[in-house]
Write a protein that binds this ligand. Structure first.
Ligand code: FES
Ligand code: FES
Length: 156
């Protein structure tokens, strides 16, 4: 099966088995190593990417579904963008330890802040509830994303 799509701003055409998930397509066929393999069942959020700007769990999307569409991983977040601001906030707030969950959290946060730029902590908790972190206890992650939302709110 041939899948043609945009990955982090670059046109890609990939021959892949028909039963591939998007998570497998990205990691196995495109070497996008920031897309993590976790539960492979939609429960951990480690594989989260943006599909046409919406956060999706890549393990739950069939590769065939991305034909003609745009996929963004954390590697495709441009300097100076909201996504970069969120990544920097994770560092500033010590919101990562092993980092395995971080790309998924960053992309889920980015998708939410895009729609709701000055989201409050409760909204952020809810938006990030599909992402699991074994290390941080979540508070620092919420601190990081809330700091971005506050800055965005102040700037408006
Ligand atoms: S690997 Fe996709 S949600 Fe866990
Ligand atoms: S920082 Fe280790 S799983 Fe989140």
């Amino acid at each position: 099966m041939r899948v043609a799509f945009e990955l982090d701003g670059e046109e890609r055409t990939v021959e892949t088995p028909p039963d591939r998930s998007l998570r497998e397509l990205l990691r196995e066929d495109c070497d996008a190593r920031s897309v993590k393999a976790g539960c492979d069942g939609g429960r951990c959020g480690a594989c989260t990417v943006l599909l046409d700007g919406d956060a999706v769990k890549a393990c739950l999307v069939m590769a065939a579904k991305v034909d003609g569409r745009s996929v963004t991983t954390v590697e495709g977040i441009a300097t100076g963008s909201l996504g970069r601001e969120v990544q920097d906030a994770f560092e500033e707030h010590s919101a990562l330890q092993c980092g395995y969950c971080t790309p998924g959290f960053v992309l889920s946060a980015l998708a939410h802040l895009d729609d709701d730029p000055d989201a409050d902590r409760e909204a952020l908790r809810s938006a990030l509830s599909g992402n699991v972190c074994r290390c941080t206890g979540y508070e620092k992650i919420i601190d990081a994303v809330a700091a971005v939302a506050e800055r965005r709110g102040d700037a408006e």
